[in-house]
Design a protein around this ligand. Structure first.
Ligand code: ZN
Ligand code: ZN
Length: 410
């Protein structure tokens, strides 16, 4: 790859300055796999150059995590050690910003007992609820970004040597994130475009959206009261601008938890806890999944849907035009951060409170009254296609065509 070191450094700068937008003396908390150590080091350097007060890097290793999952007693699996909770509390209480580096080792947990995976993820979800609330309500800036590893790279570019596959995946990530010598102006322009659609869609104040394509998706998604469309740049409750995902192509909002009806057919596999769910569909009635099937890993899909009361309802609906850098690359990344930006998606589980007016300051009961779904999980899955048609219905029952043949027509 040409200028590899230069581009990687640009990418790190972009994550620090556009992703979390580190403020003077702020704590930066980086969650990284040991496979992403080279990138975590670059981020640490750039964070200090940007004025960070302290950078904390929490490394994990998927192979060691797998050993824990296989060998720990159920009692230990269901318990999150205090030092992990305290580390996260320290970061939240001190208003840190959070960077999470995604680098999946696909299939690593495929032979781990699903029940044990559930116990462990439930424990983490429950004991780290404070961190999830902090992030989902934008009390601090946060961003999720990607970095390759050889296993992931070989899955995406299977016909190449490990080294070449790695380089190709890195290049694809950089292209998807619009990293080049004009990275910053690229992002300014991109954010302006996303913000234009946010405004347009919010002003329509649609009651519902109807999605239809030839694969069998035919679903009406009612929207929450006082919903707000977001996407691209966001603002923390302390007024700091940041980009929660690099890349991002989506405009998303809060569906109404009781007003989703019809069938949605997934168009991409879903990697969940190291298991790959393939060829699946869901049928909703009054917001709840009443029927589903998957050709592969149906059990894992079932575990998601039965996680808690909110897990069989949706908390996010996102529009992504078929004409985007990720979609145009025709690359299947087997990872939600990238694949969700190639395709319209929805999320089973929790909604973002910020997707409704003044949502961050509302109580749980007030949020639920607006149709906000509450859950311990948030799992995005993709259902967009090049022939997707979307029609919005306004409060006065007039209709507006939003997507024609997979792209915006407003
Ligand atoms: Zn989304
Ligand atoms: Zn999501």
């Amino acid at each position: 790859m040409k200028n590899r070191d230069y581009l990687l450094n640009e990418y790190a700068k972009l994550v620090i300055l556009k992703g979390v937008n580190v403020q003077k003396d702020q704590i930066v908390f980086i969650q990284s796999s040991i496979n992403s150590a080279p990138f975590a080091r670059l981020l640490t350097k750039e964070a200090y150059l940007a004025g960070a007060g302290e950078v904390i890097v929490n490394f994990t290793d998927e192979i060691i995590s797998r050993e824990h999952l296989i060998h720990k007693s159920e009692e230990k699996l269901a318990n999150v050690p205090d030092y992990i909770i305290r580390m996260n509390e320290y970061a939240c209480e001190n208003k840190a910003c959070f960077i999470s580096i995604t680098s999946p080792i696909l299939g690593i947990n495929s032979d781990v007992d699903s029940k044990r995976l559930q116990i462990s993820s439930r424990a983490l979800n429950e004991r780290l609820k404070m961190r999830r609330d902090y992030l989902m309500s934008n009390h601090g800036q946060w961003t999720v970004v990607g970095y390759p590893n050889p296993v992931w790279a070989k899955k995406v570019f299977s016909g190449f040597s490990e080294e070449e596959a790695f380089d190709r995946l890195l290049e694809s990530i950089l292209v998807a994130c619009r990293v080049d010598e004009n990275s910053f102006s690229n992002w300014d322009k991109h954010n302006q475009k996303l913000s234009r659609y946010n405004k347009l869609l919010t002003d329509f104040n649609f009651e519902s959206l109807h999605f239809k394509n030839n694969l069998g998706t035919d679903i009406t998604v009612g929207l929450a009261d006082d919903h707000i469309w977001a996407g691209g740049e966001d603002v923390s409750t302390f007024g700091v601008r940041f980009n929660p995902n690099l890349p991002t192509e989506e405009n998303f909002t809060m569906p109404h938890k009781f007003k989703v009806s019809g069938k949605v057919v997934a168009t991409m596999p879903l990697d969940f806890q190291g298991k790959l769910i393939e060829d699946f569909y869901l049928v909703f009635e009054d917001g709840k999944v009443v029927d589903f099937d998957a050709k592969k890993e149906k059990e894992t899909l079932k575990n998601i849907l039965f996680y808690d009361e909110g897990a069989s309802r949706i908390g996010e609906i996102a529009l992504i035009p078929d004409d985007s850098p990720i979609s145009n690359s025709k690359t299947l990344f087997y990872n939600t951060l990238f694949d969700e930006n190639a395709s319209c998606h929805m999320a089973l589980g929790a909604a973002y409170p910020t997707n409704t007016k003044d949502g961050s300051s509302l109580s749980k009961e007030e949020l639920e009254k607006r149709g906000c779904n509450i859950s311990g999980i948030h799992v995005d899955f993709m259902f967009g296609s090049p022939d997707m048609e979307i029609i919005g219905k306004k409060k006065d029952q007039t209709e507006v065509k939003i997507f024609h043949k997979g792209n915006y027509c407003i």
